[in-house]
Ligand binder design. Structure first.
Ligand SMILES: NC(=O)c1ccc[n+]([C@@H]2O[C@H](COP(=O)([O-])OP(=O)(O)OC[C@H]3O[C@@H](n4cnc5c(N)ncnc54)[C@H](OP(=O)(O)O)[C@@H]3O)[C@@H](O)[C@H]2O)c1
Length: 349
């Protein structure tokens, strides 16, 4: 089956995904029966292009990397905005990879609503819409009979949502705890090795793991957005990041870290969720944890998530040295899931 693909954003994640799609073209065709054609691409400052006959994705990636506008793509027509493009494109799946807005999740949420309303399946790597509008987007997708998938939003491509959806049937997630933010974890573990806070932050920037505004990492907002996304999806919560009141790692000193080390402990920025009364409570704060524990052994850019379940006890999932390729893989795995669903629907017609 040929799938028509639309891209919102052609940044680091989408370009890594484009390379993966190209590299796995024959695997997708031979093992899954998937062929694909890109019919629309919207960016923030490199233009928006539409072509039902198919855009040369490699050429589009090269143009963006050269800093050129997609307006110069041969044969493509131009949309005046991303919304205008979504409203008029001919697509089966839209890949939304615009930047995170930790204040309200926009404009990504509006992009996704517009696509779902047109019965276009949506895949996003952007955690904003999950933290601010998951329930509404899920309901809209279900009403329109399409998929809304987002494996890349938390812990990059590590299969967190797919683990719960496909491997834990009938089990309930009753809570979770984890280290979910690479920047703060890198800063803490670099400081444990003797770096200053500022040098450790520079190192996080060099590695490309810090958010554009690193205050969002340091003050715990990135971890709060991720924890709320997890709680909304895995525990049926309807929280927003402002419900968390996160405490970040500002103010942690090398003396604090040394004192913890003397007690065979480490300080980590820990996100937790648990059921309280009828609802779910999420916290994000620095905690002293045993070094010999799942939380304590997450060092550097690595993340860990421990799910508490009613039927499977506690399950820990580690992510070592996350990168953009893992997030691109999440988009690919979501594409394959959506294709399976479209195929099943066609067979049952
Ligand atoms: N990088 C990672 O490892 C990683 C991991 C997990 C999740 N994520 C999430 O994945 C998303 C993409 O990350 P990235 O690293 O690829 O970001 P990025 O390199 O900054 O790329 C963002 C893309 O979105 C476009 N864009 C900017 N504003 C837009 C707007 N208002 N409407 C439509 N498009 C817009 C940009 O276009 P211009 O360049 O023309 O402005 C660019 O093509 C983010 O939400 C991020 O939080 C990233």
């Amino acid at each position: 089956m040929e799938l028509k693909l639309a891209f919102i954003g052609l940044g680091n994640v989408a370009r890594a995904f484009a390379r993966m799609l190209d590299a796995r073209r024959s695997t997708l065709e031979q093992e899954y029966g998937i062929s694909w054609r890109v019919t629309a691409i919207a960016t923030g400052s490199h233009g928006c292009a539409l072509d039902t006959n198919g855009i040369d994705l490699n050429e589009a990636v090269a143009m963006v990397e050269r800093g050129e506008s997609l307006a110069a793509l041969p044969g493509a027509s131009i949309a005046r905005s991303a919304i205008a493009m979504i409203e008029s494109c001919d697509a089966d799946i839209m890949f939304e990879t615009s930047p995170l807005n930790p204040v309200d999740g926009e404009p990504a949420t509006e992009y996704i609503k517009t696509a779902l309303a047109r019965a276009i399946n949506v895949v996003t790597a952007n955690k904003g819409p999950i933290a601010f509008a998951y329930r509404e987007l899920k309901q809209l997708a279900s009403k329109r009979g399409v998929s809304f998938r987002f494996e890349g939003t938390v812990m990059d491509g590590t299969p967190v949502f797919n683990l719960a959806e496909y491997c834990l049937p009938a089990a309930r997630v009753t809570g979770f705890y984890g280290v979910l933010n690479s920047t703060t974890n890198l800063i803490i573990t670099e400081m444990e090795r003797g770096s200053t806070f500022d040098d450790a932050l520079k190192q996080a920037r060099r590695l490309g793991v810090a958010e554009a505004n690193a205050d969002h990492d340091i003050d715990g907002w990135d971890a709060a957005v991720k924890a709320v996304a997890l709680a909304n999806v895995l525990m049926g919560a309807d929280l927003r990041p402002r419900d968390v009141a996160p405490r970040g790692i500002r103010g942690i000193t090398i003396d604090d870290l040394n004192e913890a080390a003397r007690e065979q402990s480490a300080i980590r920025l820990v996100s937790r969720a648990y059921r309280s009364g009828d609802g779910v409570t999420v916290t994000v704060q620095p905690e002293k944890v045993p070094i010999a524990s799942a939380l304590g052994s997450a060092c550097g850019t690595s993340n860990v998530l421990v799910l508490r379940t009613d039927l499977m006890g506690e399950l820990a999932i580690f992510e070592y040295d996350p990168g953009v390729v893992q997030t691109a893989y999440a988009l690919l795995s979501d594409l394959i899931r959506i294709h399976e669903r479209i195929n099943r629907a066609r067979l049952s017609e």
